[in-house]
Design a binder for this molecule. Structure first.
Ligand SMILES: O=P(O)(O)OC[C@H]1O[C@H](O[C@H]2O[C@H](CO)[C@@H](O)[C@H](O)[C@H]2O)[C@H](O)[C@@H](O)[C@@H]1O
Ligand SMILES: [Mg+2]
Length: 901
């Protein structure tokens, strides 16, 4: 009998870079994969999931900067010859390119395939091959986001962003592309039921991009296998006061809140994030406790729900113990102990950047030697500082000078000819040396002024838990209160790194602890070290719960509007029709209806839109003729108007209104008004807006509870009239509105769409359904926020369906008729619209995009990329393809198998 193994849960794990430094050996076409250093916690989580019985892991990551292995002399000569010819091709193909061959990254399709084969199972490279300066893909994340997230107000936002002449705008463009390349790759490999897990600040836009991409790829199935996205933020999340300084703050939050779960290293970071969402996205949140008793926020953003919580990342305790206690490491420990015989060893190991607090550490050590002369010549500080990628930046060079000065000053004051109290190593060290240093240490000193999680602290406490090795066991840790790890290792000796006297005292205190005291501290801190396996399991389990929950609910999220696609469709169309609701769509909702007037920006954009002879614009509103006439009729004659939800219509370019309710019995108005007055009297703050036909009872300014209660009661009273008079009682945005049933915004939309484009309207005439499709609009953007706008969307959907039957072969190249019914508001809102924009601000940005006021890459959208990371069918895509084909031909001497793009 065979038993089916339970299916493993697939997790698509997205990391900013595959865990290797990747080198191409051109002589063999093979790739050399050198494991990356750093990010040890994340990479051990990948290893754990890769080998797990419960999960099937698929890893997606950028290749990182690819280098090529040095060639032999003969090969160099051959390559030079090729290069000259390549340059010829390059010059013909790309007259703007003045790169040297070294700058250009040529990789053949076969080489790309080879990397896929050489990587571990299910490791998927994201290729971004098109540029010189491969580091550009990191630029925005590392020069703008990273400093700000570490409380450094960034000078890089200045124009002179880097030596390549890139500024913040071009770096943002690359950041968007970087995220889009991931969305493309995931779109290729996603299978229904997969869970997507995204890591860190290089990929902040990816959650929302995936929502857009998946909606257009139709990968999400109705009622099951909903797309579930989790994001873990490894870095700190700054307080709102800092976050608000980020120029793209809103775009970044918009991108991130596409996730279902966002997790931070600690409760403080999650609180900061929620506070930024509240202030910038107008979100609301409910604080609850998670299963471990920590703060969790159920955040409602644009009406959609997501979970924000914290879970500190851990280390691979079992793996560390295995690797740190080997005969080879034993001998290294002996050598270190021998070299500093009779001395206490303080270990420091940090990345060499300004937030790791190396300066603070050296100052504290200097203070320690000054304050406690008994320890002079008795203590050595071994500081290993690993260089970062931006080693040549002015900030790091300045830091290097300061550190050198301090080291020299300490060593000259407190050292002697045969002893230097500070041993500074500015270099990367292999793991075994690192472990031998941690094992040898009598104290570990971490004085970082800002970090998300300091894994050295966790690794040190892990190694010091080896209770059969008494020389190693139970040595104290001094830890900065500004390190994310201080919220985990609460029993470490916590210090303020800016207070060098206090740190100096702590060092003295650490060396003065008795063995019993040290052991007690060790027992407590060791219990606090999070284990990477448990951490990975917990995140995955919570994601599975969210997936189960989402699938159990019959709620479909409305995807964000795919703006780049809209733009393409717009450009290709010749008969464009715009149907705009007014309140809550073109202007934000405000307390007083009279104050909701158009802004100069709105006028400007509408002016530009209406100047294009291929555009026809209509505002279809619940407002009356007087309001629309005052703010639109008199300002822009090229805009058609419909007032009171379709009761009145004023055609484009004409001064006269047509009353579609002329023949309707209006005696209901007196009776409805009486009831409304009654409720106005008992609900302070409420009032009646009397229009030509409709009556609207507003209660936005009333005490909320009383307003809601009265509205409910009033609605029940008014519903009593509906049969007698054939009325509609509508529940609007803090209003109750009554108007004749037979008119609605949908009816107007039907007339405007099913109409010979550009000719005058006669709304009293019956609809001509025999019109040829190429006389009707080929692009319809319909925007509205309220439930009365659903009538417009419903009509568009039904026309689209009919056209699908009548004009089967007349779809555009995107397979549709150019209809965009778009609701303004949350993704979670119940709507028949096909997409959503979050608020009137986004509406204006989107319209601005169409008239060229706003650049596409001010915000992210989905743009199809080719396999090499170029925008599909773009000039750069073609050029890169030609150059790489030429390169491949030179290498193989043949023209076969080069057609894959
Ligand atoms: O169809 P619309 O153009 O969206 O108009 C719908 C109603 O909008 C107005 O009321 C709403 O907006 C006001 C201003 O922001 C706000 O104060 C009020 O609470 C909202 O209900 C307008 O006053 C109504 O006449 C429209 O029917
Ligand atoms: Mg509205």
């Amino acid at each position: 009998m065979t038993t089916d193994k339970p299916k493993k849960q697939r997790i698509i794990n997205c990391v900013s870079q595959l865990p290797y430094k990747i080198v191409l050996d051109e002589s063999t076409d093979k790739w050399i994969l050198n494991p990356s250093t750093g990010n040890s916690a994340l990479y051990s989580s990948l290893d754990y999931l890769q080998n797990s019985d419960e999960y099937e892991q698929v890893v997606v990551g950028w290749t990182g900067e690819i280098t090529k292995k040095n060639l032999t002399k003969g090969e160099i000569l051959r390559k030079q010859l090729e290069t000259q010819e390549l340059h010829e091709i390059q010059r013909i193909e790309d007259d703007t390119a003045n790169q040297t061959d070294e700058d250009k990254l040529y990789v053949t399709n076969e080489q790309m395939d080879n990397l896929g084969k050489q990587l571990k199972d299910n490791y998927n490279p994201v290729w971004l091959l098109r540029s010189r300066n491969q580091g550009r893909w990191r630029a925005y994340a590392e020069n703008v986001i990273w400093p700000l997230f570490h409380y450094i107000l960034n000078p890089a936002t200045r124009k002179d962003f880097d030596s390549e002449g890139n500024n913040e705008n071009s770096a943002w463009y690359d950041y968007v592309k970087f995220n889009e390349a991931y969305a493309m790759k995931i779109g290729e490999i996603y299978q229904p039921g997969d869970i997507i897990w995204i890591h860190d600040y290089y990929l902040l836009l990816l959650p929302q991009l995936l929502r857009m991409k998946f909606s257009s790829l139709d990968l999400e199935e109705e009622g099951k296998n909903k797309l579930v996205i989790g994001y873990f933020h490894h870095a700190p999340w700054p307080s709102y006061e800092y976050f608000r300084c980020l120029p793209r703050r809103k775009e970044i939050l918009d991108g991130l809140v596409g996730a279902d779960k966002i997790t931070f290293q600690n409760e403080q970071f999650s609180r900061h994030f929620v506070s930024s969402c509240k202030r910038l996205l107008d979100s609301t949140s409910k604080k609850v406790k998670d299963d471990l008793g920590k703060d969790q926020y159920n955040l409602a953003v644009y009406g959609g729900d997501l979970v924000v919580d914290s879970s500190p990342i851990g280390v691979d305790c079992e793996g560390i113990m295995k690797e740190a206690f080997t005969p080879d490491v034993d001998s290294k420990v002996d050598a270190i102990r021998q070299a500093y015989k009779g001395k206490k060893i303080i270990i420091g190991r940090d990345r060499f950047d300004p937030v790791r607090g190396i300066i603070q550490k050296l100052r504290a050590f200097e203070t320690f030697l000054a304050m406690f002369p008994q320890w002079r010549e008795q203590v050595v500080l071994i500081q290993v500082s690993s260089p970062t990628l931006n080693r040549d930046s002015p900030q790091v060079i300045r830091l290097e000078q300061q550190v050198n000065e301090l080291v020299n000053s300490i060593n000259s004051q407190y050292g002697s000819l045969n002893f230097a109290p500070v041993q500074h190593y500015y270099m990367r060290i292999p793991k075994d040396v690192y472990f031998s240093l941690l094992r040898s240490a009598d104290l570990c000193l971490i004085t970082s002024v800002r970090d998300g999680m300091n894994t050295t602290a966790l690794e040190y406490v892990t190694i010091k838990s080896h209770d059969t090795n008494s020389a190693c066991y139970g040595k104290p840790l001094i830890l900065s209160e500004f390190s994310g790890s201080s919220s985990v290792l609460k029993d470490a000796m916590i210090v303020n790194p800016w207070d060098s006297v206090a740190v100096a005292r702590s060092i003295d205190q650490a060396f003065s602890l008795t063995k019993i005291q040290r052991n007690k501290l060790q027992l407590r801190t060791w219990k606090e070290v999070p284990n990477i396996r448990a951490w990975s399991d917990r995140f995955a389990k919570l994601m599975i719960e969210i997936a189960e929950d989402a699938n159990a609910q019959d709620r479909k999220m409305t995807p964000a509007l795919n703006r780049p696609l809209l733009l393409e469709n717009y450009k290709a169309a010749k008969r464009r029709l715009f149907l705009f609701d007014y309140d809550g769509t073109l202007t934000p909702i405000v307390k007083d209806p009279a104050a909701a007037i158009p802004t100069a920006r709105l006028y400007n954009i509408m002016e530009k839109l209406s100047q294009d002879p291929n555009n026809q614009i209509w505002i279809i509103s619940g407002r009356d003729q007087a309001f629309l006439g005052k703010w639109w009729g008199s300002k822009n004659k090229s805009v058609g108007l419909s007032a009171e939800h379709g009761c009145f219509v004023k055609d484009i370019g004409t001064p006269d209104w047509v009353n579609l309710t002329e023949k309707f019995d209006m005696s209901w108005q007196v009776r409805v008004n009486e009831v409304m007055e009654e409720f106005t009297n008992k609900t302070p703050g409420s009032f009646i807006e009397t229009k030509a036909v409709a009556l609207t009872w507003h209660y936005r300014a009333a005490v909320p509870e009383l307003g809601d209660y009265s509205a409910e009661q009033l609605k029940n009273e008014l519903l009593k009239f509906t049969e007698e008079y054939d009325l509609d009682v509508m529940d609007g945005k803090k209003n109750i509105e009554v108007r004749p049933k037979f008119v609605n915004k949908g009816e107007i939309v039907k007339r405007l769409v099913w109409h010979k484009y550009g000719t005058p309207q006669d709304l009293l005439k019956p609809l001509d359904q025999s019109l040829p499709i190429d006389e009707m609009p080929d692009f319809v953007l319909c925007l509205g926020d309220d439930f009365t706008d659903e009538d417009m969307f419903r009509q568009l959907n039904s026309i689209e369906k009919k056209w699908g039957e009548n004009y089967k072969d007349k779809r555009n190249k995107w397979g549709n008729f150019g209809f965009y019914p778009v609701t303004v508001g949350s993704a979670a809102k119940v709507t028949v619209a096909k997409a959503h924009l979050t608020d009137p601000q986004q509406v204006l940005d989107t319209l601005g995009l169409l008239v060229g006021n706003v650049s596409l890459f001010q915000s992210a959208g989905t743009v199809d990329l080719d396999a090499r990371g170029h925008v599909k069918d773009s000039e750069s895509s073609k050029k890169s393809h030609a150059a790489s084909v030429a390169y491949a031909m030179k290498r193989t001497g043949s023209s076969t198998s080069l057609n894959k793009q």
